[in-house]
Design a protein around this ligand. Structure first.
Ligand code: HPA
Length: 272
């Protein structure tokens, strides 16, 4: 058995000792989006620092715990706080919790993030359903020996974001009068925000938003055949004559848009 598999089994056994149920969906809450955890009828919480082999989150605005409970009548597990490459973790560490959630039995992964808009039709506060991504400079979490028991050496990436889940999200949005955008997410390592020239380049390369997360998690999910739905909150606009961008402004904009995201996530979970 590989070291990774052995570690995952140890982590899963520890968690099952505290929460023996099987969640149907895993939810990752991005920067400023932690309030969503209040929507969950919490049955158990485990601090990351207590979980064997889990990395520990260091970024402001991230709570750093795994939350188990009921959402829309379904058992879910939510990560309040995720791990980022820019914190110094390897891409394998960043994605370790996704593998753990799969081992716990989830069948759907819902991801959220704060992102900068590079589509001129976007505005701060918009919600963008991610329908594809561009990964250029960030480390692929599948580099290294392939875990054959989990997935293929060369995973297909023609539909990393489930069309079925995107359609459900759009239906939920329409019936709740929420307008959503849809587009391509470009991942960067961070932690610097982009220069004006970089924002322009990202736009020219065909992306609609840019951020520092989500893609590595999606790649690992794709590797394991786990359907993904991902959504960005546009917290700042990278194109045009914008002011300086700060982490505080990102958190404030994300928090303001969080109820829209919550409605869509809840609608998807209800449909599972
Ligand atoms: N760039 C990269 N990551 C981000 C941004 C941005 O403009 N906003 C929020 N996360």
């Amino acid at each position: 058995m590989s070291t990774l598999t052995a570690q995952l089994q140890e982590t899963t056994a520890f968690i099952k000792g505290i929460y023996p149920h099987t969640p149907v969906a895993g939810i990752v809450l991005g920067s400023g989006l932690g309030n969503f955890a209040n929507e969950i009828d919490i049955e158990a919480e485990i601090d990351y620092k207590d979980i064997p082999h889990f990395p520990v989150s260091t970024v402001e605005g991230h709570k750093g715990k795994l939350i188990f409970g009921i959402l829309e009548g379904k058992k879910v597990v939510a990560m309040a706080g995720r791990f980022h490459f820019y914190e110094g973790y390897t891409s394998q560490a960043v994605t370790y919790p996704i593998r753990v959630m799969k081992f716990l039995g989830i069948q759907t992964l819902l991801l959220s993030n704060a992102a900068g808009g590079v589509n001129p039709d976007f505005r701060v506060g918009d919600i963008m359903i991610i329908n594809d991504h561009i990964s250029f400079g960030t480390a692929n979490p599948l580099i290294g020996k392939n875990e054959e028991s989990m997935g293929p050496r060369f995973p297909d990436m023609t539909e990393p974001y489930s069309h079925k889940l995107i359609n459900i999200a759009k239906t939920v949005a329409v019936s709740n009068n929420i307008s959503v955008k849809e587009g391509i997410y470009f991942v960067v390592t961070g932690p610097t925000f982009e220069t004006k020239a970089e924002y322009r380049m990202i736009h020219k390369l065909g992306a609609d938003a840019v951020g520092m997360s989500t893609v590595q998690e999606t790649i690992v999910a794709a590797h394991m055949g786990l359907p993904v739905f991902a959504m960005s909150v546009i917290t700042d606009m990278g194109l045009g004559d914008h002011e300086k961008i700060t982490h505080e402004e990102v958190l404030i904009a994300a928090k303001a848009a969080e109820p829209k995201l919550a409605t869509i996530f809840k609608g998807i979970v209800a449909s599972l």
